[in-house]
Design a protein around this ligand. Structure first.
Ligand code: ZN
Length: 353
C-alpha cells in the first residue's frame, strides 16, 4: 500500500523586477494580510528600502512598526519577538541582506505569524528558503523555519548592493552541483531520502547560472535578475525536498567550520564556492569537473583560493579535517578526512599554495 505524504511549502507571490519595491503594499493585500506589519531591517537597507515601504503603508492608511537590528544573533531575534508582542504585530516584513531576513524568518516561526522577504542583496539562498540560521557564540544554529509568504526583490536596489554580495550569491548557487552529488551519495550509502525533482531542479539552477555567467557583471542590473531567479529556484528545490540537502553538502560544512575558525573572514557564498571546488575533486568522476567549478567561480569574480578568502592555509586544512563533525549529514567527507589527504586536495585544486 502506498502511504507516503509530503507538504511542499512555497512562497505564494514572488515579484522580481525593476522598481518593484512599490509593490510591497499590493503584494501584502493580495495575501490578505491584515493588521500591523512589523518591519525588520538594518541601518543601510532601512534607508534604501524600509523607509520607502513604511511611507507606502502610511499612504494606504496602515501604520507599520519597525525594528532595526545590527547583528544576526539570538538577542536580535529576542528583540524582534518582544517587539511583535509590544506592537501587537500581525505579520513581519524582513528588509535587508541576509541577517534581517534570517531574523524575520526565525521570529515568524517562533511567533507563528507570516513573513514577507524583501532582499536588498542577492547574497545567499536564505532569502527564499525555509531554513534560518544565526550565529550563537562560536556555533551556528540552523533551524527549520517557514518559507516567506512572498518575496519582493527589486533589481534596481539589488544592483546597487556591493558587487561581492552578488558574486557570493552566485557562488552559493554554483555549489548546488556538489550539494546534489553529496545528497545522491548519502542516498546510495545511507538510504537518505532523495528527491529526483528537487535534485534536478537544483542542478539545473546552477547550470542556468553558469550558462549566463557572461551577464553576471558589475553594473549590469540583469546580473541581479539572474542571481535572484536562481536563488528563488534553489529555494523551491529545498521546499520540494523539505530539506536543505539540494543546496547544502560538504562544501557547506566546510564553510560553517570556517565561520567558527575564522569568524567574519569571508562571505558565506564565497566560502562554499571554494569548498565546492575541493569536494568536486573528491567526488572524482568526470575528469576536470572540479576545474569547471573553479572556472565558473573565476568567471564571476568569486574567490577560488584560501588567499582570496582571507584565510590561511592551515585553517583550510583544519576545516576540511574537522567539518564532518558539525552535524549529522553524510557527505563525500564520510567520517572525516585524513590530514595528508586534505593537504593533497587543497594543493591539487590550487586552493592552498
Ligand atoms: Zn548556502
Amino acid at each position: 500500500m502506498f502511504e507516503k505524504s509530503s507538504w511542499i511549502r512555497l512562497p505564494r507571490n514572488v515579484v522580481v523586477g525593476h522598481g518593484v519595491l512599490d509593490e510591497v503594499v499590493p503584494v501584502v493585500a493580495d495575501l490578505h494580510l491584515d493588521g500591523t506589519p512589523l518591519l525588520i531591517t538594518s541601518p543601510t537597507p532601512r534607508e534604501v528600502a524600509a523607509d520607502p515601504i513604511v511611507a507606502d503603508f502610511r499612504d494606504s492608511g496602515v501604520e507599520p512598526a519597525m525594528v532595526t537590528v545590527d547583528t544576526a544573533s539570538f538577542d536580535a531575534v529576542e528583540r524582534v519577538i518582544d517587539a511583535v508582542e509590544a506592537e501587537e504585530a500581525d505579520y513581519l516584513i524582513g528588509v535587508g541582506g541576509g541577517k534581517a531576513i534570517d531574523i524575520a524568518k526565525m521570529a515568524s516561526h517562533h511567533c507563528q505569524i507570516g513573513f514577507v522577504s524583501v532582499p536588498t542583496a542577492a547574497s545567499h539562498d536564505g532569502i527564499v528558503s525555509n531554513r534560518g540560521s544565526v550565529p550563537d557564540g562560536d556555533t551556528r544554529h540552523s533551524v527549520a523555519a517557514e518559507p516567506p509568504l512572498a518575496v519582493v526583490a527589486d533589481t534596481a536596489i539589488l544592483a546597487e548592493a556591493p558587487w561581492r554580495l552578488t558574486t557570493a550569491g552566485c557562488a552559493d548557487i554554483i555549489s548546488n552541483y556538489t550539494a546534489v552529488m553529496d545528497w545522491r551519495l548519502a542516498h546510495r550509502l545511507k538510504n537518505v531520502e532523495y528527491s529526483g525533482f528537487a535534485g534536478a531542479l537544483s542542478e539545473m539552477t546552477a547550470e542556468i547560472l553558469v550558462e549566463n555567467a557572461d551577464s553576471v557583471r558589475p553594473g549590469l542590473e540583469e546580473a541581479s535578475w539572474i542571481v535572484t531567479k536562481a536563488l528563488v529556484s534553489s529555494g523551491v528545490a529545498m521546499s520540494i525536498a523539505d530539506s536543505s540537502r539540494p543546496a547544502s553538502g560538504a562544501e557547506h560544512l566546510f564553510s560553517h567550520q570556517l565561520d567558527r575558525l575564522a569568524p567574519g573572514a569571508a562571505l558565506h557564498g564565497h566560502q562554499v564556492g571554494v569548498g565546492s571546488i575541493m569536494t568536486a575533486y573528491l567526488h572524482g568522476g568526470e575528469k576536470g569537473f572540479w576545474l569547471d567549478i573553479r572556472n565558473a567561480l573565476e568567471s564571476i569574480d568569486a574567490p577560488t583560493t584560501a588567499d582570496e578568502l582571507g584565510v590561511d592555509d592551515e585553517t583550510v586544512i583544519e576545516s576540511l579535517t574537522t567539518c564532518h563533525e558539525i552535524r549529522d549529514r553524510y557527505t563525500i567527507l564520510g567520517d572525516g578526512m585524513d590530514e595528508g589527504a586534505a593537504r593533497e586536495v587543497a594543493k591539487e585544486t590550487g586552493v592552498i599554495g
